[in-house]
Design a protein around this ligand. Structure first.
Ligand SMILES: [Zn+2]
Ligand SMILES: [Zn+2]
Length: 221
C-alpha cells in the first residue's frame, strides 16, 4: 500500500517538475520574442528646437532611416529651455537641454535627436558641435558652427547637411553605447575642429561596427 502511495507521490512530483520546466521555458521563449520585437520597434524622434531647423531635422530623418533600423518620427517639436542660455557666452549649455529632452520620451525604446541653430557649450569647452547622453537616450546637434558662413565662406546647405549627418551618426553611435574612436576617419572620432569634422567620414570603422549592439545596416565591403 505504502509503495503505491510513494509511487503516486513520485509521479506527482515528476509531473509538477515537468510542468514547471515547461512554464519556465515558455516564459524564456516569450521574453526572447519580446526583445526581438522591441528591438525592431525602437523609435528615433528628430526634434527641431527652432523653426529654422525643421528642414535640416526632416532631411536627417529621411537619410538616417536608410542607415539605421529605427522607426523615424519627425512629428515632435520642442523649444530650447531658457535656463540653458548663458548671456555671457551667447550660447546654450548642452547638458541642461539633454536633461529636458529626456522628458519627451515615453519609453526606453525611444531615442531623441534634437537639432538647433543655436550654439552649444559645456563647462569644459567653449563650444560643441553636438552632444548626447547615452543613458538617457537623447542627443542634440547644433548647425551653428557647421555653416560655412560661420568661417567667412559662402553659404552651402549641402555642406551643412553633410556635416550635420556626421554629427548625428556620431551621437547615435553613443546612444547605441559606442565610445569615441581614435581612428580619425571614423564617424566616432571626437572632432574638435571643423577641419577634423570635414576629414572624418559618416561611417563607422571596422572596430566600431563590431562594437555596435543594435542591428545596423552595414554595406558589405
Ligand atoms: Zn563623441
Ligand atoms: Zn571607429
Amino acid at each position: 500500500m505504502s509503495y503505491i502511495i510513494w509511487q503516486s507521490l513520485a509521479l506527482g512530483v515528476l509531473i509538477l517538475v515537468m510542468g514547471l520546466t515547461g512554464a519556465i521555458l515558455l516564459v524564456a521563449i516569450n521574453r526572447e520574442e519580446d526583445r526581438e520585437e522591441t528591438g525592431l520597434q525602437k523609435k528615433l524622434y528628430l526634434v527641431p528646437l527652432d523653426e529654422v531647423s525643421r528642414g535640416l531635422a526632416d532631411w536627417l530623418g529621411s537619410k538616417l532611416s536608410s542607415k539605421f533600423r529605427f522607426k523615424i518620427n519627425t512629428s515632435m517639436v520642442a523649444k530650447l529651455p531658457e535656463e540653458s542660455y548663458s548671456a555671457s557666452r551667447d550660447s546654450y549649455f548642452s547638458s541642461i537641454i539633454l536633461n529636458k529632452l529626456q522628458f519627451l520620451k515615453a519609453s526606453e525604446d525611444e531615442y531623441i535627436l534634437a537639432v538647433t541653430e543655436e550654439d552649444l557649450f559645456t563647462p569644459n569647452t567653449d563650444y560643441v558641435f553636438s552632444s548626447s547622453d547615452g543613458l538617457a537616450g537623447v542627443a542634440i546637434v547644433s548647425a551653428q558652427r557647421l555653416k560655412p558662413e560661420f568661417y567667412g565662406l559662402p553659404q552651402s546647405d549641402e555642406v551643412v547637411r553633410m556635416r550635420a549627418m556626421k554629427r548625428a551618426v556620431h551621437e547615435i553611435g553613443h546612444l547605441l553605447t559606442l565610445d569615441n574612436c581614435d581612428e580619425n576617419s571614423c564617424v566616432m572620432y571626437s572632432s574638435k575642429t571643423i577641419s577634423d569634422l570635414d576629414y572624418q567620414s559618416d561611417k563607422f570603422c571596422h572596430g566600431c561596427k563590431l562594437e555596435l549592439t543594435l542591428p545596423v545596416k552595414v554595406p558589405k565591403t
